[in-house]
Ligand binder design. Structure first.
Ligand code: PGA
Length: 246
């Protein structure tokens, strides 16, 4: 089943979040063949969980800390998130950039998420310079290998290919560019975990996705879903993306 994730990032007030979900629910009411996930700021997850209880809408956290509990002021752990969300986004390029998250930290966060019985949306993707230097596949290969170091089972992992140059820039990767990298990611996973696991892995694309380019992207053989940032902030535009992925 295709997976469409809306990443709100650090947006919306509490009342805006409530208004959004009330407008969004009827728009996606009929959609059963696409898995819909909203990745909201931590503090909105309990409210959204309640509001979405009779719907097919699932929730994700945008981050997690890798320890389960203790003296880590300001952090949130998997066991705190578990009652409210099903997924956690890990390794988003904004976290790598602004919060200095290394592959090692990302690896710890993946392990902690899985231990907490949550599913991982692991983000990888190259910079514009990597692409210009033809280092896209080498870089993505390294990110995946480091992130999944000692991870034995990946049934609960989704990989999101998010080229940094496409995030928030309006410069979406073409369907062909995205498909090439998705195909390559599947090959890496095949080498690491075998063909069956690789075939079943969902690889989603993110980076300036909108309702106009969604269909073309989702129609590619190795693109199993989309991760939208800016275009998920408006319930109508996000529902159009979900509709185009049916
Ligand atoms: P964007 O963000 O859709 O605004 O480019 C995508 C993301 O960062 O996940």
């Amino acid at each position: 089943m295709n997976l469409i994730v809306g990443n709100w990032k650090m947006n919306k007030t509490p009342s805006e979040a409530l208004e959004y979900i009330n407008e969004f629910k009827p728009l996606v009411d009929e959609i059963k063949q696409t898995e819909t996930v909203i990745a909201a700021p931590f503090i909105y997850l309990p409210m959204l969980k309640k509001e979405c209880s009779k719907t097919n809408i699932k929730l994700a956290a945008q981050n997690i800390f890798y320890e389960i509990e203790g003296a880590f002021t300001g952090e949130i752990s998997g066991k705190m998130i578990k009652p409210f969300a099903e997924y956690v986004i890990i390794g988003h390029s904004e976290r790598r950039k602004y919060f200095n998250e290394t592959d090692d930290i990302i690896n710890k966060k993946i392990n902690s998420t899985l231990v907490s019985n949550l599913k991982v949306i692991l983000c990888v993707g190259e910079s514009l310079q990597h692409r210009k230097d033809k280092k896209t596949t080498a870089f993505v290969n390294m990110q995946i290998k480091n992130a999944l170091k000692d991870v034995k089972k990946i049934d609960n992992i989704v990989i999101a290919y998010e080229p940094i140059w496409a995030i928030g820039t309006g410069k979406t990767a073409s369907a062909k560019q995205a498909e090439e990298v998705h195909f390559f990611i599947r090959k890496i996973i095949e080498k690491m975990y075998g063909i069956k696991v690789a075939r079943e892995l969902r690889i989603i694309y993110g980076g300036s996705v909108n309702h106009l380019n969604a269909k073309k992207l989702i129609n590619m053989p190795n693109i199993n879903g989309l991760l939208a940032g800016g275009a998920s902030l408006d319930p109508i535009s996000f529902s159009k993306i979900i509709n185009s992925a049916k």
